[in-house]
Design a protein around this ligand. Structure first.
Ligand SMILES: Cc1cc2nc3c(=O)[nH]c(=O)nc-3n(C[C@H](O)[C@H](O)[C@H](O)COP(=O)(O)OP(=O)(O)OC[C@H]3O[C@@H](n4cnc5c(N)ncnc54)[C@H](O)[C@@H]3O)c2cc1C
Ligand code: SF4
Ligand code: SF4
Length: 952
């Protein structure tokens, strides 16, 4: 098929598109084109323009334009495919903003959804109804339904629930020839089918082709349990045998090359009522094949394998894997809600499994877990895989080019032996893992594609492994990831000339202009074309995981406003602050990306470094003043004493207008909106209220513990600082308030490196004499722990490392002090329903469980975990001022989660989050610091305690 080579320039394509879609939905600036040039594959292709579709009509118009102008279109959802199928040189049609659940039918168990919806979001929303969309790719937190449908995705539980093609009832598809169609299984004699065929002659042509070539299609059908290669004409033939034209089967797995999906009706299953997970360590790989057949007879819902190389790579001791294990199997068994006594049934199954395993040489007794936490611990080794691969080496990276082969399940161990020998001869480290129950192996070698020899090894492996899978194993080159660009070259080899020609005719029928994702699925171009060797030498694996937690991506739903996109932009050779200012200034510095990145990349830090090249002058002025307490604090106290006067609607309107021109120097969007609920300022600062705790004051001795209160607890009249001091005293911990400056987070956020370093040096010197530094503020906690990152190797870095080791958040202090939780639990209270908003910086500092442990012990409190507890609330330091409107959009999701939790109190530990929560909730629920609730419980307990009864 001739590839269209568009003559139109980038500018004219975008201008044409803007003319009918409007400016907001079309982008072609440097950051956008850079961010959309990649997906999670090894390739890079720069598009001409990006369209952010919001309506079905946008899709239709873009396709019509593409046909008129000969510019190709690549549909795109989350861009997490591993094959290069969501990048292209024409228009990227991003469907992320079409992300609603349109309808759920509980009784008939189906949901109608849009393609931009994230898989995990769908299942979260279905959970209260006890329903589930079954196919579960490991990328489920970030991938979207459009991509899953177009790739026919699958996952560990495909063994029980099937892959996407088995779980789709209908699709709504926009065809290139114009107009929309409902792709479902039509009875052959159904009048509706006749109407569809009359309206879309291409579908009639395909029906006739498939009828005529049914025998050929049957002969060439892969004989393995899973296949996503080629077009699913096999599904069409199966349908015809049943008297239906099953059009959904044609479009699922077609990778955006036949039409664009705007809606899908998905079949749902009941959530399992009981699940058991088992880990089996085999000494001999040869026995695994037979064992798999044995285990499949017990109908597991998942059966996964990690080979010996993979076990070595993830570290055996870290995961309790015996040194002599040649392979580890992970088996999972589900019992549905309607399956009698699920618990007993599952126990009986796992007993049978253990008995069957008796005939194999296991390196350890089978481990079986029933409760959620223990089961998750068993999955830990499997989940540790990506971080291990991504962090393996600065040069050698996991390269996906033979990543998804399928053989018959019982022959998988034979294939693994072949692969281990093959890569052993090449001296290439490799991880081999996957869904052994389906015979689907993921093969991920670690290579430096910039090294000529490794490059040749990759080419050799590509051909040898695919050839072996086809000829010796009768398998498939692709089980679930799609053909994309990486396997397109091999599809002809897999299916033979005749069937390949038929695929070509199907493609030409539906895409005569050749504008739908050319180069993907059917192509003779070598797989080595467009490999992004520059990117493959960088740290980011473009997996897209960070996008799934980035609050900015959540709001804008476009790759140029996302963590992964920003990595691409700020590390691009053509980057300049001027061509990328709008995106570089949009990051909240919430650090959610850092906390989740399996490759240990800190995108926010890269952005801060770029900002530091253009430090914000107004912020510099403010923080310079702030470092002079004799100047700054009297002004703040004056503002506190007069707050009752100026913090009212009228004066606040003036304040907003008067401060706006100045705040523009902070950011174009910066303002203090009149409606924003400000914190109450303290007329007497915390340090004024506790002079006896300031070292060097009359009669003070230096205790071992310092409280780093930070700015907010000192300046705001919010009770947080008093509560922390009160709690520490109640626990018998003597505390000092040594001199301190702002920890540095806000200065760093505005690119003020010198001021950040000055503040850090001051704090390092002041805090050095103490054994423990207790913090209350999430951002201060993280910044103090991060001080080592500010300094080059040497005495200052060492001092910073010493300090970082001593920092303890107050919730950790309470949770870890012997007897403290019991003391808290013995307090008094009637708090009602309490939930927790986990501040991003505290999560990034590694403090996640302690606050929850403390809250769940509060007397009179019914602790509930809210959905999205770990998502940013949109306050992020001064972001609420820098971009109030975006902050509010980010908060909308948190607001919904709080509403759904029906909590009376939202506990947190970050002053910025408290401001944002108070502003957003407007009294709907009380907002409190964790320490405040503890302090209240302890104080009430003390008040209730009869005289003479000791505190602990
Ligand atoms: C760490 C990691 C683990 C993974 N694990 C798995 C796994 O276990 N199982 C698995 O199957 N995959 C896995 N994948 C691959 C990938 O995540 C899945 O294939 C996923 O379903 C792709 O979804 P997406 O939203 O990212 O799609 P994209 O990458 O955006 O697009 C994929 C394809 O869908 C097409 N497309 C998107 N939307 C539409 C639409 N509306 N209409 C028509 N075509 C459309 C695109 O053109 C492209 O061809 C993994 C990827 C990563 C990075
Ligand atoms: S920064 Fe990390 S999480 Fe984000 S895409 Fe890159 S590797 Fe994945
Ligand atoms: S710091 Fe937050 S806003 Fe910035 S890129 Fe990371 S996740 Fe996104």
């Amino acid at each position: 098929m001739p590839l269209i080579l568009p003559q139109k320039s980038t500018k004219s394509v975008a201008a044409d598109l803007r003319a009918f879609l409007g400016a907001d939905k079309v982008r072609d600036d440097f950051p956008t084109l850079t961010a959309y040039a990649v997906d999670a594959s090894i390739y890079r292709l720069v598009p001409r323009a990006v369209v952010l579709a919001e309506l079905e009509d946008d899709i239709e118009q873009v396709l019509a334009y593409a046909v008129r102008s000969g510019v190709p279109v690549t549909p795109r959802a989350a861009g997490t495919n591993l094959t290069g199928s969501a990048i292209g040189t024409g228009i990227i049609l991003d469907v992320s903003r079409l992300n609603r659940i349109l309808e759920v039918n509980r009784e008939e168990r189906w949901a109608r959804v849009q393609p931009g919806l994230i898989y995990a979001e769908l299942n979260k929303r279905l959970a209260p109804d006890g329903l589930l969309f079954g196919p579960d790719p490991s990328s489920g937190d970030m991938c979207k339904l459009g991509g899953m449908l177009a790739n026919n995705s699958a996952g560990p539980h495909t063994l029980r629930y099937g892959s996407v093609k088995d779980n789709v009832r209908a699709l709504r598809v926009c065809l290139e020839a114009g107009g929309w169609m409902q792709a479902r299984a039509f009875e052959l004699d159904e009048p509706a089918l006749a109407a569809v065929l009359a309206r879309h002659p291409a579908l009639k042509e395909i029906l006739e082709l498939v009828r005529a070539q049914a025998d050929l299609i049957r002969t060439k059908r892969p004989t393995v349990s899973k296949n996503s290669s080629g077009y699913n004409l096999f599904g069409l033939v199966d349908g015809l045998d049943r008297g239906v034209y099953d059009l959904a089967k044609l479009f699922v797995g077609s990778e955006g090359t036949l039409g664009v999906i705007s809606e899908a009706t998905l079949a749902l299953v009941e959530r399992p009522a009981v699940t058991a997970t088992a880990l089996l360590h085999f000494r001999r790989l040869e026995e695994v094949g037979e064992a798999v057949v044995d285990l499949l007879a017990l109908t597991p819902s998942a059966l996964e394998i990690l080979d010996t190389n993979t076990l070595d790579l993830i570290g055996r001791s870290a995961h309790g894997i015996p040194a002599d294990a040649a392979a580890t199997l992970l088996a999972e068994f589900d019992a549905g809600a309607g399956e009698g006594d699920g618990q007993a049934a599952i126990k009986a199954t796992t007993d049978r499994m253990a008995a069957r395993c008796g005939r194999y040489r296991l390196a350890a007794e089978p481990v079986v877990a029933f409760d959620r936490e223990q089961r998750e611990a068993l999955w830990k080794a499997r989940k540790a895989l990506y971080p291990t691969l991504y962090r393996y080496d600065a040069r050698r990276k996991p390269i996906n080019f033979v990543d998804d082969v399928v053989v018959r399940a019982e022959r998988l161990s034979e294939l693994i032996r072949f692969l281990e020998d093959f890569f052993g001869r090449q001296r290439v480290p490799v991880a081999i893992f996957g869904h052994i129950g389906n015979g689907n192996a993921h093969i991920v070698p670690l290579l430096d594609v910039n090294d000529q020899e490794d490059f040749l090894r990759m080419v050799e492996g590509y051909r040898a492994i695919h050839e072996t899978v086809l000829t010796q194993f009768g398998g498939s080159i692709c089980g679930e990831h799609g053909d994309g660009r990486v396997r397109a070259e091999w599809v002809r080899r897999m299916f033979g000339e005749e069937l390949y020609a038929l695929f070509g005719r199907v493609k030409r029928s539906l895409d005569p202009a050749g504008i739908l994702n050319p180069g993907v699925k059917l192509s003779d171009r070598p797989f080595t074309e467009h490999i992004d060797t520059v990117r493959l030498s960088k740290a980011c694996a473009t997996c897209g995981k960070c996008n799934s937690v980035c609050p900015v991506y959540d709001v804008f739903e476009s790759e140029d406003m996302s963590s992964r996109g920003w990595f691409e932009i700020v590390t691009a050779k053509d980057y300049s602050y001027l061509n990328s200012k709008r995106v570089v200034e949009a990051c909240l510095n919430c650090k959610s990306c850092r906390a989740i990145c399996p490759a240990d990349v800190d995108v926010s830090d890269l952005i801060l470094k770029r900002r530091a090249e253009h430090p914000n002058r107004l912020a510099g002025l403010i923080f310079t003043m702030h470092a002079k307490p004799w100047l700054f604090e009297p002004l703040l106290k004056l503002a506190a004493r007069t707050q009752v006067w100026w913090d009212r609607p009228g004066p606040r309107g003036w304040l907003e207008r008067l401060t706006r021109p100045m705040l523009r120097h902070l950011a174009d969007t910066a303002r203090v909106p009149r409606e924003m609920v400000l914190p109450r300022l303290a007329a007497r600062h915390l340090r004024d209220r506790y002079p006896e705790l300031i070292p060097g004051g009359a009669g003070t001795t230096r205790p071992a513990v310092a409280y780093f209160h930070g700015c907010a607890a000192n300046y705001f009249d919010d009770g947080v600082g008093d509560a922390i001091i009160g709690v520490l005293r109640a626990l018998g911990i003597e505390v000092a308030l040594p001199p301190q400056r702002c920890s540095g987070t806000p200065m760093q956020t505005y690119g003020q490196v010198d001021l950040t370093l000055q503040a850090a040096r001051f704090n390092l010197a002041s805090l050095a004499p103490y054994e423990t530094i207790v913090t209350g503020c999430a951002s201060c906690t993280l910044m103090l722990k991060d001080y080592p990152r500010l300094f080059d190797a040497g005495p200052e870095r060492e001092a910073a490392e010493r300090l970082a080791r001593k920092v303890r958040h107050i919730s950790e202090t309470i949770a870890d002090t012997p007897g403290a939780l019991e003391t808290v639990a013995r307090g008094t209270g009637a708090l009602g329903r309490v939930t927790y908003h986990s501040s991003c910086h505290l999560r990034a500092a590694g403090v996640t469980m302690a606050p929850r442990r403390v809250l769940s012990r509060l007397p009179g409190a019914d602790y509930v975990e809210m959905q999205d507890a770990d998502r940013c609330a949109g306050g992020a330091g001064t972001y609420i001022v820098k971009d109030y409107d975006t902050g509010q959009k980010i908060f909308a999701r948190k607001h919904r989660a709080i509403e759904e939790s029906r909590a009376d109190i939202v506990a947190t530990s970050c002053p910025a989050c408290m401001i944002q929560l108070n502003n957003g909730l407007r009294g709907r629920a009380r907002v409190a610091h964790v320490a405040q609730l503890v302090h209240e419980a302890l104080s009430a307990g003390a008040a209730d305690r009869p005289a003479g009864v000791p505190r602990t």
